[in-house]
Design a protein around this ligand. Structure first.
Ligand code: HEM
Length: 496
Protein backbone atom coordinates (compact mmCIF):
# COMPACT_ATOMS: atom_id res chain seq x y z
CA UNK A 1 0.00 0.00 0.00
CA UNK A 2 2.81 2.40 1.01
CA UNK A 3 4.82 2.17 -2.24
CA UNK A 4 1.96 2.96 -4.65
CA UNK A 5 1.10 6.13 -2.68
CA UNK A 6 4.65 7.39 -3.06
CA UNK A 7 4.65 6.43 -6.73
CA UNK A 8 1.34 8.20 -7.25
CA UNK A 9 2.66 11.25 -5.49
CA UNK A 10 5.80 11.29 -7.67
CA UNK A 11 3.73 10.89 -10.82
CA UNK A 12 1.54 13.77 -9.64
CA UNK A 13 4.56 16.01 -9.01
CA UNK A 14 6.13 15.06 -12.34
CA UNK A 15 2.91 15.68 -14.29
CA UNK A 16 2.39 19.02 -12.53
CA UNK A 17 5.94 20.14 -13.36
CA UNK A 18 5.65 19.04 -16.99
CA UNK A 19 2.22 20.71 -17.23
CA UNK A 20 3.64 23.91 -15.73
CA UNK A 21 6.60 23.82 -18.12
CA UNK A 22 4.32 23.31 -21.14
CA UNK A 23 2.03 26.14 -19.99
CA UNK A 24 4.99 28.45 -19.27
CA UNK A 25 6.63 27.73 -22.65
CA UNK A 26 3.29 28.30 -24.36
CA UNK A 27 3.25 31.83 -22.84
CA UNK A 28 6.37 32.55 -24.91
CA UNK A 29 4.33 32.16 -28.12
CA UNK A 30 1.95 35.01 -27.18
CA UNK A 31 3.45 37.64 -29.50
CA UNK A 32 4.16 35.18 -32.31
CA UNK A 33 0.51 34.10 -32.27
CA UNK A 34 -0.49 37.75 -32.55
CA UNK A 35 1.87 38.40 -35.46
CA UNK A 36 4.14 40.72 -33.43
CA UNK A 37 7.91 40.22 -33.88
CA UNK A 38 9.55 38.61 -30.87
CA UNK A 39 13.08 37.46 -29.99
CA UNK A 40 14.19 34.25 -28.29
CA UNK A 41 12.76 34.21 -24.77
CA UNK A 42 14.23 31.54 -22.54
CA UNK A 43 12.77 29.57 -19.65
CA UNK A 44 12.13 30.91 -17.00
CA UNK A 45 13.24 34.57 -17.40
CA UNK A 46 11.83 35.34 -20.86
CA UNK A 47 13.83 38.17 -22.43
CA UNK A 48 15.35 39.41 -19.18
CA UNK A 49 18.55 37.40 -19.63
CA UNK A 50 21.17 38.01 -16.96
CA UNK A 51 19.33 41.07 -15.63
CA UNK A 52 16.94 38.66 -13.88
CA UNK A 53 19.93 37.50 -11.83
CA UNK A 54 21.22 41.02 -11.13
CA UNK A 55 24.25 40.42 -13.37
CA UNK A 56 23.28 42.95 -16.04
CA UNK A 57 21.40 46.21 -15.62
CA UNK A 58 17.76 46.01 -16.72
CA UNK A 59 18.22 49.24 -18.71
CA UNK A 60 21.24 47.82 -20.56
CA UNK A 61 19.28 44.65 -21.27
CA UNK A 62 16.40 46.70 -22.71
CA UNK A 63 18.93 48.61 -24.81
CA UNK A 64 20.20 45.30 -26.24
CA UNK A 65 16.63 44.19 -27.02
CA UNK A 66 15.98 47.57 -28.67
CA UNK A 67 18.93 47.03 -31.05
CA UNK A 68 17.94 43.44 -31.75
CA UNK A 69 14.50 44.54 -32.95
CA UNK A 70 15.86 47.55 -34.85
CA UNK A 71 18.61 45.57 -36.55
CA UNK A 72 15.99 43.01 -37.53
CA UNK A 73 14.13 45.81 -39.35
CA UNK A 74 11.27 45.94 -36.82
CA UNK A 75 9.58 49.14 -35.65
CA UNK A 76 7.97 47.48 -32.63
CA UNK A 77 8.07 44.10 -30.99
CA UNK A 78 6.95 42.02 -28.07
CA UNK A 79 9.14 40.97 -25.14
CA UNK A 80 8.63 38.87 -22.01
CA UNK A 81 9.37 39.69 -18.37
CA UNK A 82 9.46 36.09 -17.17
CA UNK A 83 6.33 34.75 -18.90
CA UNK A 84 4.50 38.13 -18.97
CA UNK A 85 4.16 39.74 -22.43
CA UNK A 86 5.13 43.41 -22.85
CA UNK A 87 4.59 45.60 -25.91
CA UNK A 88 7.86 47.24 -26.95
CA UNK A 89 7.74 50.17 -29.43
CA UNK A 90 11.11 50.88 -31.04
CA UNK A 91 10.52 53.42 -33.80
CA UNK A 92 9.75 57.02 -32.67
CA UNK A 93 6.44 56.97 -34.59
CA UNK A 94 5.22 54.05 -32.46
CA UNK A 95 6.65 55.64 -29.31
CA UNK A 96 4.61 58.76 -30.08
CA UNK A 97 1.50 56.63 -30.61
CA UNK A 98 1.72 55.37 -27.02
CA UNK A 99 2.76 58.60 -25.31
CA UNK A 100 0.67 61.12 -27.23
CA UNK A 101 -1.35 60.18 -30.35
CA UNK A 102 -3.27 57.30 -28.69
CA UNK A 103 -2.70 58.42 -25.12
CA UNK A 104 -6.29 57.54 -24.20
CA UNK A 105 -5.36 53.88 -24.90
CA UNK A 106 -2.31 54.07 -22.63
CA UNK A 107 -3.30 56.36 -19.75
CA UNK A 108 -2.11 54.04 -16.98
CA UNK A 109 1.28 52.83 -15.80
CA UNK A 110 -0.12 49.59 -14.42
CA UNK A 111 1.56 50.15 -11.07
CA UNK A 112 0.77 48.18 -7.92
CA UNK A 113 -1.75 50.06 -5.76
CA UNK A 114 -3.44 48.99 -2.53
CA UNK A 115 -4.52 51.99 -0.46
CA UNK A 116 -5.57 49.89 2.55
CA UNK A 117 -2.52 47.62 2.79
CA UNK A 118 0.11 50.02 1.44
CA UNK A 119 -1.25 53.59 1.74
CA UNK A 120 1.83 55.19 0.19
CA UNK A 121 1.42 53.07 -2.96
CA UNK A 122 -1.27 55.39 -4.32
CA UNK A 123 -0.11 58.70 -5.78
CA UNK A 124 -0.06 60.70 -9.00
CA UNK A 125 2.67 58.51 -10.50
CA UNK A 126 0.83 55.24 -9.85
CA UNK A 127 -2.86 56.15 -10.07
CA UNK A 128 -4.87 54.83 -12.98
CA UNK A 129 -7.39 56.51 -15.31
CA UNK A 130 -9.85 58.99 -13.89
CA UNK A 131 -8.21 59.14 -10.45
CA UNK A 132 -4.94 60.15 -12.12
CA UNK A 133 -6.68 62.70 -14.36
CA UNK A 134 -8.35 64.32 -11.36
CA UNK A 135 -5.17 64.63 -9.28
CA UNK A 136 -3.04 65.77 -12.23
CA UNK A 137 -5.62 68.47 -13.06
CA UNK A 138 -5.63 69.64 -9.42
CA UNK A 139 -1.85 69.78 -9.14
CA UNK A 140 -0.81 71.07 -12.58
CA UNK A 141 -1.43 74.77 -11.75
CA UNK A 142 1.06 74.37 -8.90
CA UNK A 143 3.99 73.38 -11.08
CA UNK A 144 3.94 76.41 -13.40
CA UNK A 145 7.08 78.52 -13.77
CA UNK A 146 5.46 81.19 -11.56
CA UNK A 147 4.92 78.70 -8.71
CA UNK A 148 8.40 77.20 -9.03
CA UNK A 149 9.86 80.71 -9.09
CA UNK A 150 8.16 81.38 -5.77
CA UNK A 151 10.15 78.45 -4.28
CA UNK A 152 13.43 79.70 -5.74
CA UNK A 153 14.67 81.28 -2.52
CA UNK A 154 14.60 77.90 -0.78
CA UNK A 155 16.73 76.44 -3.59
CA UNK A 156 19.12 79.42 -3.45
CA UNK A 157 19.61 79.02 0.30
CA UNK A 158 20.36 75.30 -0.09
CA UNK A 159 22.84 76.00 -2.90
CA UNK A 160 24.79 78.25 -0.50
CA UNK A 161 24.80 75.45 2.11
CA UNK A 162 26.14 73.19 -0.63
CA UNK A 163 29.08 75.55 -1.18
CA UNK A 164 29.78 75.68 2.56
CA UNK A 165 29.88 71.88 2.66
CA UNK A 166 32.27 71.67 -0.30
CA UNK A 167 34.65 74.49 0.70
CA UNK A 168 36.73 72.61 3.34
CA UNK A 169 36.91 69.58 1.05
CA UNK A 170 38.20 71.75 -1.83
CA UNK A 171 40.80 73.39 0.39
CA UNK A 172 42.29 69.95 1.04
CA UNK A 173 41.79 68.98 -2.64
CA UNK A 174 40.03 65.80 -1.56
CA UNK A 175 38.39 63.18 -3.72
CA UNK A 176 34.71 63.41 -2.94
CA UNK A 177 31.68 61.24 -3.77
CA UNK A 178 29.65 63.91 -5.54
CA UNK A 179 26.57 61.68 -5.77
CA UNK A 180 26.45 61.56 -1.98
CA UNK A 181 26.89 65.34 -1.64
CA UNK A 182 24.21 66.08 -4.23
CA UNK A 183 21.81 63.57 -2.66
CA UNK A 184 22.11 65.58 0.54
CA UNK A 185 21.64 68.91 -1.29
CA UNK A 186 18.54 67.65 -3.12
CA UNK A 187 17.21 66.06 0.08
CA UNK A 188 17.40 69.52 1.65
CA UNK A 189 15.60 71.21 -1.26
CA UNK A 190 12.93 68.60 -1.96
CA UNK A 191 12.55 67.70 1.70
CA UNK A 192 11.95 71.33 2.61
CA UNK A 193 9.54 71.95 -0.29
CA UNK A 194 7.65 68.65 0.16
CA UNK A 195 7.46 68.35 3.96
CA UNK A 196 8.03 71.92 5.05
CA UNK A 197 10.77 71.06 7.53
CA UNK A 198 14.43 72.00 7.76
CA UNK A 199 15.98 68.77 6.62
CA UNK A 200 19.60 69.84 7.09
CA UNK A 201 21.16 66.73 5.66
CA UNK A 202 24.05 68.74 4.16
CA UNK A 203 24.99 69.92 7.62
CA UNK A 204 23.98 66.78 9.45
CA UNK A 205 24.07 63.60 7.35
CA UNK A 206 23.16 61.55 10.42
CA UNK A 207 19.84 63.33 11.05
CA UNK A 208 16.70 61.25 11.59
CA UNK A 209 15.36 62.39 8.24
CA UNK A 210 18.54 61.34 6.39
CA UNK A 211 18.56 57.96 8.11
CA UNK A 212 14.92 57.41 7.24
CA UNK A 213 15.23 58.25 3.57
CA UNK A 214 18.22 55.97 3.20
CA UNK A 215 15.80 53.18 4.21
CA UNK A 216 13.34 54.37 1.55
CA UNK A 217 15.77 53.34 -1.15
CA UNK A 218 17.17 50.21 0.50
CA UNK A 219 15.64 46.99 -0.72
CA UNK A 220 16.48 43.79 1.10
CA UNK A 221 16.66 40.48 -0.80
CA UNK A 222 13.88 39.21 1.52
CA UNK A 223 11.55 42.00 0.32
CA UNK A 224 12.32 41.15 -3.29
CA UNK A 225 11.60 37.48 -2.62
CA UNK A 226 8.25 38.36 -0.98
CA UNK A 227 7.33 40.53 -3.94
CA UNK A 228 8.06 37.71 -6.39
CA UNK A 229 5.88 35.32 -4.39
CA UNK A 230 3.03 37.77 -3.78
CA UNK A 231 2.85 39.76 -7.02
CA UNK A 232 5.30 38.29 -9.53
CA UNK A 233 7.66 40.29 -11.70
CA UNK A 234 5.80 39.90 -15.00
CA UNK A 235 4.61 43.48 -14.73
CA UNK A 236 7.25 46.17 -14.14
CA UNK A 237 4.61 48.18 -12.23
CA UNK A 238 4.75 45.73 -9.31
CA UNK A 239 8.07 47.24 -8.27
CA UNK A 240 6.06 50.02 -6.60
CA UNK A 241 5.15 47.61 -3.82
CA UNK A 242 8.81 46.98 -3.14
CA UNK A 243 9.45 50.63 -2.33
CA UNK A 244 6.27 51.66 -0.59
CA UNK A 245 5.42 48.61 1.53
CA UNK A 246 7.27 49.64 4.67
CA UNK A 247 5.40 50.21 7.90
CA UNK A 248 8.10 52.20 9.73
CA UNK A 249 8.57 54.58 6.80
CA UNK A 250 4.84 54.99 6.54
CA UNK A 251 4.56 55.87 10.25
CA UNK A 252 7.49 58.29 10.00
CA UNK A 253 6.02 60.24 7.07
CA UNK A 254 2.46 60.23 8.41
CA UNK A 255 3.69 61.61 11.76
CA UNK A 256 5.97 64.16 10.10
CA UNK A 257 3.24 65.56 7.85
CA UNK A 258 0.59 65.46 10.61
CA UNK A 259 2.80 67.44 13.00
CA UNK A 260 3.70 70.04 10.37
CA UNK A 261 0.10 70.50 9.23
CA UNK A 262 -1.14 70.84 12.81
CA UNK A 263 1.57 73.39 13.56
CA UNK A 264 0.81 75.42 10.44
CA UNK A 265 -2.94 75.33 11.00
CA UNK A 266 -2.56 76.39 14.63
CA UNK A 267 -0.12 79.21 13.92
CA UNK A 268 -1.50 80.32 10.57
CA UNK A 269 1.83 79.60 8.90
CA UNK A 270 1.81 79.98 5.10
CA UNK A 271 4.94 79.01 3.16
CA UNK A 272 5.76 78.83 -0.53
CA UNK A 273 6.09 75.09 -0.78
CA UNK A 274 4.32 71.97 -2.00
CA UNK A 275 2.98 71.11 1.43
CA UNK A 276 1.15 74.42 1.55
CA UNK A 277 -0.35 73.70 -1.88
CA UNK A 278 -1.47 70.24 -0.76
CA UNK A 279 -2.97 71.70 2.43
CA UNK A 280 -5.00 74.17 0.38
CA UNK A 281 -6.38 71.28 -1.66
CA UNK A 282 -8.13 69.97 1.46
CA UNK A 283 -10.97 72.30 0.47
CA UNK A 284 -11.42 70.24 -2.73
CA UNK A 285 -11.74 67.01 -0.73
CA UNK A 286 -8.10 65.91 -0.63
CA UNK A 287 -7.64 63.59 2.35
CA UNK A 288 -4.76 63.44 4.82
CA UNK A 289 -3.61 60.10 3.39
CA UNK A 290 -3.54 61.65 -0.11
CA UNK A 291 -1.52 64.63 1.12
CA UNK A 292 1.12 62.36 2.68
CA UNK A 293 1.29 60.13 -0.41
CA UNK A 294 1.77 63.07 -2.78
CA UNK A 295 4.36 64.71 -0.52
CA UNK A 296 6.34 61.45 -0.38
CA UNK A 297 6.03 61.14 -4.17
CA UNK A 298 7.36 64.65 -4.78
CA UNK A 299 10.27 63.83 -2.55
CA UNK A 300 11.11 60.45 -4.12
CA UNK A 301 10.54 61.68 -7.70
CA UNK A 302 12.91 64.61 -7.31
CA UNK A 303 15.54 63.12 -4.99
CA UNK A 304 17.55 60.47 -6.84
CA UNK A 305 16.76 61.88 -10.29
CA UNK A 306 18.08 65.42 -9.79
CA UNK A 307 21.11 64.36 -7.73
CA UNK A 308 22.06 61.78 -10.37
CA UNK A 309 21.85 64.34 -13.19
CA UNK A 310 24.08 66.70 -11.21
CA UNK A 311 26.75 64.14 -10.42
CA UNK A 312 26.75 62.70 -13.98
CA UNK A 313 27.16 66.21 -15.39
CA UNK A 314 30.10 66.99 -13.10
CA UNK A 315 31.68 63.65 -13.98
CA UNK A 316 31.54 64.65 -17.65
CA UNK A 317 32.90 68.13 -16.84
CA UNK A 318 35.81 66.55 -14.98
CA UNK A 319 36.66 64.46 -18.03
CA UNK A 320 36.10 67.36 -20.48
CA UNK A 321 38.04 70.32 -19.13
CA UNK A 322 37.24 72.61 -22.09
CA UNK A 323 33.51 72.08 -21.67
CA UNK A 324 33.80 72.71 -17.93
CA UNK A 325 35.71 75.97 -18.58
CA UNK A 326 33.21 77.10 -21.21
CA UNK A 327 30.28 76.51 -18.84
CA UNK A 328 32.08 78.41 -16.06
CA UNK A 329 32.85 81.32 -18.40
CA UNK A 330 29.19 81.59 -19.35
CA UNK A 331 28.10 81.58 -15.70
CA UNK A 332 30.58 84.26 -14.66
CA UNK A 333 30.01 86.46 -17.72
CA UNK A 334 26.22 86.37 -17.43
CA UNK A 335 25.71 86.18 -13.67
CA UNK A 336 28.94 87.36 -12.04
CA UNK A 337 30.91 85.59 -9.32
CA UNK A 338 28.62 86.02 -6.32
CA UNK A 339 26.37 82.99 -6.54
CA UNK A 340 24.23 84.09 -3.58
CA UNK A 341 22.91 86.81 -5.94
CA UNK A 342 22.04 84.51 -8.86
CA UNK A 343 18.39 85.02 -9.82
CA UNK A 344 15.80 82.62 -11.18
CA UNK A 345 15.74 84.37 -14.56
CA UNK A 346 19.53 84.60 -14.61
CA UNK A 347 19.82 80.84 -14.12
CA UNK A 348 17.32 80.25 -16.93
CA UNK A 349 19.43 82.42 -19.27
CA UNK A 350 22.42 80.02 -19.07
CA UNK A 351 22.02 78.50 -22.51
CA UNK A 352 25.33 76.61 -22.64
CA UNK A 353 24.81 75.10 -19.16
CA UNK A 354 21.35 74.11 -20.37
CA UNK A 355 22.87 72.24 -23.33
CA UNK A 356 25.32 70.50 -20.99
CA UNK A 357 22.45 69.30 -18.82
CA UNK A 358 20.47 68.14 -21.86
CA UNK A 359 23.48 66.20 -23.10
CA UNK A 360 23.97 64.68 -19.62
CA UNK A 361 20.37 63.49 -19.58
CA UNK A 362 20.80 62.09 -23.11
CA UNK A 363 23.89 60.09 -22.28
CA UNK A 364 22.64 59.08 -18.83
CA UNK A 365 18.83 59.05 -18.88
CA UNK A 366 18.32 58.72 -15.15
CA UNK A 367 15.12 56.78 -15.64
CA UNK A 368 16.24 54.42 -18.41
CA UNK A 369 12.74 53.47 -19.57
CA UNK A 370 9.17 54.74 -19.61
CA UNK A 371 6.25 52.49 -18.85
CA UNK A 372 2.55 52.49 -19.60
CA UNK A 373 -0.30 50.00 -19.61
CA UNK A 374 -2.83 49.50 -22.40
CA UNK A 375 -6.35 50.30 -21.16
CA UNK A 376 -8.34 50.05 -24.42
CA UNK A 377 -7.86 47.64 -27.33
CA UNK A 378 -5.28 49.30 -29.58
CA UNK A 379 -4.63 48.49 -33.21
CA UNK A 380 -0.98 48.91 -34.22
CA UNK A 381 -1.06 51.24 -37.27
CA UNK A 382 -0.47 49.55 -40.63
CA UNK A 383 -1.23 46.08 -39.20
CA UNK A 384 -4.19 43.95 -38.14
CA UNK A 385 -2.55 43.38 -34.77
CA UNK A 386 -4.30 44.50 -31.61
CA UNK A 387 -2.82 45.06 -28.18
CA UNK A 388 -5.18 43.93 -25.42
CA UNK A 389 -6.15 45.99 -22.37
CA UNK A 390 -3.91 45.12 -19.44
CA UNK A 391 -0.78 44.68 -21.56
CA UNK A 392 2.22 46.55 -20.12
CA UNK A 393 4.29 48.74 -22.44
CA UNK A 394 7.98 49.63 -22.11
CA UNK A 395 9.73 52.40 -24.03
CA UNK A 396 13.49 51.75 -24.05
CA UNK A 397 14.80 55.24 -23.33
CA UNK A 398 18.47 54.25 -22.96
CA UNK A 399 18.34 52.48 -26.35
CA UNK A 400 16.92 55.58 -28.05
CA UNK A 401 19.26 58.04 -26.31
CA UNK A 402 22.36 56.06 -27.27
CA UNK A 403 21.32 55.03 -30.76
CA UNK A 404 24.19 56.06 -33.11
CA UNK A 405 21.66 56.62 -35.94
CA UNK A 406 20.15 59.48 -33.94
CA UNK A 407 23.16 60.57 -31.89
CA UNK A 408 26.41 59.76 -33.75
CA UNK A 409 29.22 58.58 -31.47
CA UNK A 410 26.72 58.27 -28.60
CA UNK A 411 29.23 57.93 -25.77
CA UNK A 412 30.87 61.24 -26.70
CA UNK A 413 29.74 64.03 -24.36
CA UNK A 414 28.91 66.78 -26.82
CA UNK A 415 26.57 69.58 -25.66
CA UNK A 416 26.73 71.09 -29.17
CA UNK A 417 24.31 68.37 -30.30
CA UNK A 418 21.66 70.63 -28.82
CA UNK A 419 22.71 73.77 -30.74
CA UNK A 420 19.75 73.33 -32.98
CA UNK A 421 16.93 71.61 -31.12
CA UNK A 422 15.31 70.77 -34.44
CA UNK A 423 18.17 68.30 -35.04
CA UNK A 424 16.95 66.30 -32.06
CA UNK A 425 14.12 64.26 -33.51
CA UNK A 426 11.07 64.16 -31.33
CA UNK A 427 10.13 61.00 -29.41
CA UNK A 428 13.76 59.91 -29.35
CA UNK A 429 14.96 62.25 -26.62
CA UNK A 430 12.72 61.67 -23.60
CA UNK A 431 14.48 62.56 -20.31
CA UNK A 432 11.25 63.81 -18.72
CA UNK A 433 8.92 61.50 -20.63
CA UNK A 434 6.35 62.93 -23.03
CA UNK A 435 2.67 63.63 -23.44
CA UNK A 436 0.01 64.29 -20.80
CA UNK A 437 1.74 61.97 -18.32
CA UNK A 438 5.22 63.46 -18.58
CA UNK A 439 7.21 64.67 -15.55
CA UNK A 440 5.14 67.32 -13.81
CA UNK A 441 8.17 68.44 -11.76
CA UNK A 442 10.62 69.06 -14.61
CA UNK A 443 10.86 72.82 -13.92
CA UNK A 444 11.89 72.26 -10.32
CA UNK A 445 14.19 69.43 -11.40
CA UNK A 446 15.92 71.75 -13.88
CA UNK A 447 16.17 74.84 -11.70
CA UNK A 448 17.65 72.98 -8.72
CA UNK A 449 20.23 71.24 -10.94
CA UNK A 450 21.15 74.38 -12.93
CA UNK A 451 21.53 76.54 -9.86
CA UNK A 452 23.69 73.97 -8.07
CA UNK A 453 25.87 73.57 -11.15
CA UNK A 454 26.27 77.33 -11.55
CA UNK A 455 27.17 77.75 -7.87
CA UNK A 456 29.73 74.93 -7.69
CA UNK A 457 31.36 75.71 -11.05
CA UNK A 458 31.76 79.33 -10.02
CA UNK A 459 33.72 78.34 -6.90
CA UNK A 460 35.42 75.04 -7.69
CA UNK A 461 37.20 73.04 -10.33
CA UNK A 462 36.54 69.33 -10.79
CA UNK A 463 39.02 66.76 -12.04
CA UNK A 464 38.71 62.97 -12.31
CA UNK A 465 39.55 61.01 -9.18
CA UNK A 466 42.40 58.54 -9.47
CA UNK A 467 41.31 55.39 -11.26
CA UNK A 468 37.85 56.72 -12.13
CA UNK A 469 36.49 55.26 -15.36
CA UNK A 470 35.76 57.52 -18.32
CA UNK A 471 32.21 56.33 -19.01
CA UNK A 472 30.01 55.58 -16.05
CA UNK A 473 28.58 52.07 -16.07
CA UNK A 474 25.23 51.18 -14.53
CA UNK A 475 25.51 48.97 -11.47
CA UNK A 476 24.07 45.65 -12.71
CA UNK A 477 22.91 44.53 -9.27
CA UNK A 478 21.07 47.73 -8.42
CA UNK A 479 17.43 47.59 -7.46
CA UNK A 480 17.18 51.36 -7.79
CA UNK A 481 14.88 52.60 -10.55
CA UNK A 482 17.37 55.30 -11.51
CA UNK A 483 20.57 54.86 -13.51
CA UNK A 484 22.78 53.96 -10.58
CA UNK A 485 26.57 53.71 -10.62
CA UNK A 486 28.51 51.25 -8.48
CA UNK A 487 30.74 52.79 -5.81
CA UNK A 488 29.60 56.43 -6.14
CA UNK A 489 30.94 59.18 -8.41
CA UNK A 490 34.30 60.33 -7.04
CA UNK A 491 35.87 63.57 -8.25
CA UNK A 492 38.78 65.63 -6.99
CA UNK A 493 37.61 69.09 -6.03
CA UNK A 494 39.86 72.19 -6.08
CA UNK A 495 39.25 75.79 -5.02
CA UNK A 496 39.47 78.31 -7.88
C1 HEM B 1 16.07 66.05 -13.18
C2 HEM B 1 15.08 65.64 -12.45
C3 HEM B 1 13.95 64.76 -12.90
C4 HEM B 1 13.90 63.83 -13.92
C5 HEM B 1 15.00 63.44 -14.89
C6 HEM B 1 12.55 63.28 -13.92
C7 HEM B 1 12.11 62.32 -14.81
C8 HEM B 1 10.81 61.84 -14.85
C9 HEM B 1 10.33 60.87 -15.80
C10 HEM B 1 11.15 60.23 -16.92
C11 HEM B 1 9.03 60.63 -15.52
C12 HEM B 1 8.09 59.68 -16.27
C13 HEM B 1 7.41 60.46 -17.39
C14 HEM B 1 6.62 59.61 -18.35
O1 HEM B 1 6.28 58.47 -18.02
O2 HEM B 1 6.30 60.10 -19.47
C15 HEM B 1 8.65 61.46 -14.39
C16 HEM B 1 7.39 61.51 -13.83
C17 HEM B 1 7.08 62.27 -12.73
N1 HEM B 1 7.91 63.15 -12.07
FE1 HEM B 1 9.84 63.60 -12.55
N2 HEM B 1 11.83 63.87 -12.91
C18 HEM B 1 12.64 64.79 -12.28
C19 HEM B 1 12.29 65.61 -11.21
C20 HEM B 1 11.06 65.65 -10.61
C21 HEM B 1 10.69 66.51 -9.49
C22 HEM B 1 11.61 67.53 -8.83
C23 HEM B 1 9.38 66.21 -9.18
C24 HEM B 1 8.46 66.77 -8.11
C25 HEM B 1 8.67 67.73 -7.34
C26 HEM B 1 8.94 65.18 -10.11
C27 HEM B 1 7.67 64.63 -10.10
C28 HEM B 1 7.22 63.70 -11.01
C29 HEM B 1 5.86 63.15 -10.99
C30 HEM B 1 4.77 63.49 -9.97
C31 HEM B 1 5.77 62.27 -12.08
C32 HEM B 1 4.53 61.47 -12.48
C33 HEM B 1 3.65 62.32 -13.39
C34 HEM B 1 2.34 61.65 -13.77
O3 HEM B 1 2.25 60.42 -13.80
O4 HEM B 1 1.38 62.38 -14.05
N3 HEM B 1 9.96 64.88 -10.95
N4 HEM B 1 9.77 62.18 -13.99
Amino acid sequence: MFVPVIELFLVFIFTTLVGFYIYYSHCFTYWKRKGVPQLNPTFPVGDLGLSALGKESLYVRLQTLYHKFKNGGHKFGGIYFFNGPIYFPVDPYFVKEVLVSKFDHFVDRGMYINVKKVPLSSNMFTMPGDDWKAIRAKLTPNFTSGKIKSMYNIVLEMSQNLLKTLKPLAEKELEVDMKDIFLRYIADVVGTTSFGIDVNSLKNPESEFSQTISKLFYLSPWKLFRLVVEEGLQNPGNINKLFMDNRSLENYFFDLVRDTIEYRDKNNVVRNDFLNILMQLRSTGMTFQEIVSEAVLFFTAGYETSSSVLSFCLHEFAHNEEIQDKARREIREKLGTESSKYTYDGILSLSYVDKCLKETMRKYPVVGMLNRQCVKTYQIPGTNVTINPGTPVIIPMLGLHRDPDYFPNPLKFDPERFNNEKNVTSFIYLPFGEGPRNCIGFRLGLIQTKLALAAVLNDFQFVPAQGSSRHLVIDPSTTSVVFSVKGGIYLKIKKI
